[in-house]
Design a protein around this ligand. Structure first.
Ligand code: AMP
Length: 180
């Protein structure tokens, strides 16, 4: 099963992706982490990435799509795959489509997102960059969610709840258990 966890920054994508992949033995591709690793190297690409990421902008669709495609191919984990943070635009999906079976939209308000992000102390989590990331990503997320909804694979989850509660809900969907 190929799963996408979609949501704005602070919605819990990475935390939940880690939990699901470790319980179910799924391969996990963390796009943001791959990009941060690339940005920390001493290359021309790193300079470009650092600049875009430090402003809160998204990295070029072509670049991200190809990096993720390569990673997915290299991992060779067939259908047991979970993606954290890819795709973030419709254009990325057009370049590389992982063919998801389920997409979980982790829905939270901007207020909750800001509160959570300010608590985790990452370099790109300053109030100005957070605002920019939320604005950019909300705008891109909408058409993606519409697309997945039309395909009947979108599941909307109230991700303002405690992480364990959210996790149980997702697990229920993966095991086809009825949701309360
Ligand atoms: P994250 O760790 O998911 O919050 O991602 C951190 C940063 O990496 C984002 O603010 C973007 O600059 C970049 N990024 C991560 N995933 C993508 C993606 N799919 N497309 C473009 N940029 C991305």
């Amino acid at each position: 099963m190929r799963i996408l966890l979609a949501g704005i920054p602070g919605s819990g994508k990475t935390t939940l992706a880690k939990k699901i992949s470790s319980e179910k033995g799924f391969c996990l591709v963390k796009t943001g982490e791959i990009l941060r690793d690339l940005a920390s190297q001493n290359t021309e690409l790193a300079k470009q990435l650092k600049e875009e990421m430090s402003k809160g902008d998204l990295v070029s669709d072509n670049l991200v799509a190809n990096i993720v495609k390569e990673k997915v191919t290299e991992l060779d984990c067939g259908i047991c795959l979970i993606l954290d943070g890819y795709p973030r635009t419709k254009e990325q999906l057009e370049i590389f489509d992982p063919e998801f079976e389920k997409v979980f939209y982790l829905k939270i308000s901007d207020e909750v997102a800001v509160r959570r992000l300010l608590n985790r102390h990452r370099e790109d989590d300053t109030p100005e960059i957070i605002k920019r990331r939320l604005d950019v990503q909300r705008k891109e997320l909408h058409p993606l969610l519409e697309y997945f909804k039309d395909r009947g694979i979108l599941v909307e989850i109230d991700a303002e709840k405690e992480v364990d509660h959210v996790y149980k809900q997702i697990r229920g969907y993966l095991h086809n258990e009825p949701q309360s």
